[in-house]
Design a protein around this ligand. Structure first.
Ligand code: PFF
Length: 468
């Protein structure tokens, strides 16, 4: 039985929504947009490093288990909440539980988390734009090997360029969001996702044909269970959740745009498979080249902005322009399709709650994000505000830690508890089976085992592990 849900959005906003956001036009567009959200900076600079560091093939097997079992459980729950309610994070909870308005605070928590993540995401995405530009205009190919560290420090701690790049990246995001769900997010994702795949395949081919590439593959895939520590297990689980973009309500907003007859399980499978495939391909594109050129397989910003430019540099001027350009374009594209999903989650979350409409909300939020982004950018090591260190860490590190390790699992835990223990089981089954039209023999295991126990316990462990 399909229960009708009461809408909580104001008339102004609903009119505005009708103009701009009728939802995704097709299943393919929806999957591209959601996979675009999932495939981001995390796939390229964090996943390969985590795999290599915590046991190669052993870490990969565990990652596959976590992402397809726990990550997908969370993804499905957010998609169901979004599509069932027809709303983004905040109003979705208020709509599904009209008599218990306090549930909307879970959504609000998610939207605020999105805001914090996006501010730091804008800063780092801006850096990728700068490096793309420096690759294609030949600047990076003229830098002496061994001085990329100094080059990155001087760029990141300077005032002008990080700011310009941040503004450009924020403006691109705002324009896409202002174009709406179908004409903005869906069109851009359908165009950029195939480009992203082409770029990563091109880089894989180049990397694998370098002499000595096999050492990188060994590092990435050779299973070594002795490296799989407790810390590694936590890092792998955290990465699986971050990579699928779950826990912040972004997938609730995207769920509300999914076509009604879509098989949610199949869509979630596709999104997870695309995200995982690109993460593995990124590893294949990066590590063989890193080892072939005798570099250190570092992680995070160090890998992307210091180690890799020096790898491209060793391929000669043309190689550096071509492959460095392709790599930073890949990174910028991956960052863009993720950041638009965050801005959409924020815009719809706050917009529906306050009834302020798409245009006004996205504009005001973008101004706020840029202001916060400036503070974060200038607090990077060596920057204008870097001497301000509450608790011994720069603001940049605080934001990185909060948005990466603490807030998303907290939010995801609240979401899955709501979904498993407070949302009517029949509503969930009705949505997943498309009112009884799809076979759902897996539902019992999904609901009674994964949703109610395995996923909340795993999130609790990640949270406690992250704090201690
Ligand atoms: N999944 C993205 C990545 O791997 O970089 C990051 C992300 C995007 C997290 C959107 C959360 C989100 F809502």
């Amino acid at each position: 039985m399909r229960r009708r849900v009461k809408s909580g959005a104001s008339p102004t906003f609903r009119k505005d929504m009708a103009n701009n956001t009728q939802g995704f036009s097709s299943t393919f567009g929806a999957i591209m947009a959601a996979a675009g959200s999932a495939i981001g900076l995390g796939n390229i600079w964090r996943f390969p490093y985590i795999c290599g560091k915590y046991g190669g093939g052993a870490a990969l097997v565990l990652y596959l288990l976590f992402v397809f079992v726990i990550g997908m459980t969370l993804l499905l729950s957010e998609l169901v909440i979004g599509r069932r309610s027809g709303h983004a994070a905040v109003m979705a909870y208020a709509t599904l539980k009209p008599k218990r308005p306090q549930w909307r605070y879970i959504g609000l928590f998610g939207v605020v988390t999105c805001f914090l993540i996006l501010a730091i995401y804008y800063v780092i995405s801006g850096w990728t734009l700068n490096y793309f530009w420096e690759s294609v205009n030949g600047t990076l190919s003229h830098i002496t090997s061994g001085t990329f560290d100094a080059h990155f420090s001087s760029f990141a701690s300077s005032a002008a360029m990080p700011l310009v790049c941040l503004l450009v990246f924020a403006a691109i995001n705002l324009i896409i969001i202002l174009c709406g769900v179908q004409n903005g997010i869906e069109k851009v994702s359908k165009l950029l996702m195939p480009l992203l795949l082409a770029l990563v395949v091109l880089l894989c081919v180049r990397s694998l044909t370098l002499p000595g590439a096999s050492q990188g593959l060994y590092y990435l895939f050779h299973p070594d269970f002795s490296l799989l520590t407790a810390e590694g297990v936590l890092a792998i689980l955290g990465q699986a959740l971050f990579s699928l973009s779950v826990g912040m309500g972004v997938m609730v907003a995207y769920g509300s745009y999914l076509p009604k007859g879509d098989n949610l399980f199949r869509s979630a499978m596709w999104i997870t498979a695309c995200d995982t495939a690109i993460a593995i391909l990124a590893g294949v594109a990066i590590f063989p080249a890193v080892f072939a050129t005798g570099q250190d397989p570092a992680g995070g910003p160090g890998l992307v902005f210091i180690v890799l430019p020096s790898v491209f540099n060793s391929l000669g001027t043309v190689g550096s322009i071509l492959f460095g350009g392709a790599f930073f374009l890949l990174l910028a594209v991956a960052a863009l399709t993720s950041s638009i999903s965050l801005l959409e989650g924020i815009t719809m979350g706050f917009g529906e709650m306050l009834g302020t409409g798409r245009k006004r909300t996205s504009l005001v939020m973008s101004v706020g994000l840029v202001l916060l982004g400036i503070v974060i950018a200038f607090s990077y090591e060596g920057g204008l505000f870097s001497s301000f260190r509450p608790g011994g860490m720069t603001l940049f590190d605080w934001f990185d830690k909060l948005s990466g390790s603490y807030l998303p699992p907290m939010c995801a835990l609240l979401t899955i508890v709501f979904f498993g223990w407070f949302m009517p089981k029949d509503d969930i089954h009705d949505e997943l089976s498309n009112h009884g039209k799809e076979r759902t023999s897996w539902f019992g295991v999904f609901y009674y085992v994964l949703v109610r126990f395995v996923a909340p316990l795993a999130l609790l462990v990640v949270l406690i592990g992250g704090i201690f």
